[in-house]
Write a new protein. Structure first.
Length: 168
């Protein structure tokens, strides 16, 4: 079997280049400790790096750390893993942990990346959490208004029924 060294995609025999990135295929993938997204050493001490709520930034940071060869662990906060399964995303966010020996290098990479984004004039990815919170608040407001209207209508109907029953 042939493998793309960049995408880690498997190809059937006879194909020479990766259809996604164009890289020349190799017969066997090299073992890379960082491919598992975990701290490989048994004596490693994971240290909290950052918590991110936006899926775009989560994927961006995973790629940034992976491409820099910094092993990391991610953990969904609270019930975020269940929300991701049920709804496709989580408002609770994802926590990133790296080995204590790599935490300074990881922070420098993250700071440099976001500084580069600001200097290049590109805006940061939209904060979907704020958008979700405002849409949730709007939905709750609508539900309360509709509930209040239904309660008022029920009161009016009850009053009419009471008056009709008194007239009999």
């Amino acid at each position: 079997m042939a493998w793309c060294p960049n995408c880690k995609t498997e190809y059937r025999e006879g194909i020479i280049n990766c259809s996604d990135c164009g890289a020349k295929l190799i017969s066997k993938l090299p073992k890379n400790k960082a491919d598992n997204n975990c701290v490989p050493e048994t004596n490693a001490e994971p240290v909290f790096l950052i918590s991110v709520t936006d899926e775009v930034r989560i994927n961006l940071l995973m790629d940034l750390l992976r491409n820099s060869g910094i092993p990391f662990i991610t953990r969904d906060r609270e019930c975020g893993a269940y929300l991701k399964i049920a709804m496709g995303s989580s408002i609770y966010g994802t926590e990133f942990y790296v080995d204590k020996n790599s935490v300074d290098r990881a922070k420098e990479l993250i700071d440099a990346y976001f500084a580069e984004q600001e200097n290049s004039g590109k805006s940061e990815p939209p904060n979907r959490r704020d958008h979700k919170e405002t849409s949730v608040l709007k939905t709750v407001k609508k539900i309360l208004i509709i509930g209040g209207l239904l309660l008022a209508a029920a009161s009016v109907i009850y009053g009419i029924i009471e008056n009709i029953s008194r007239l009999r």
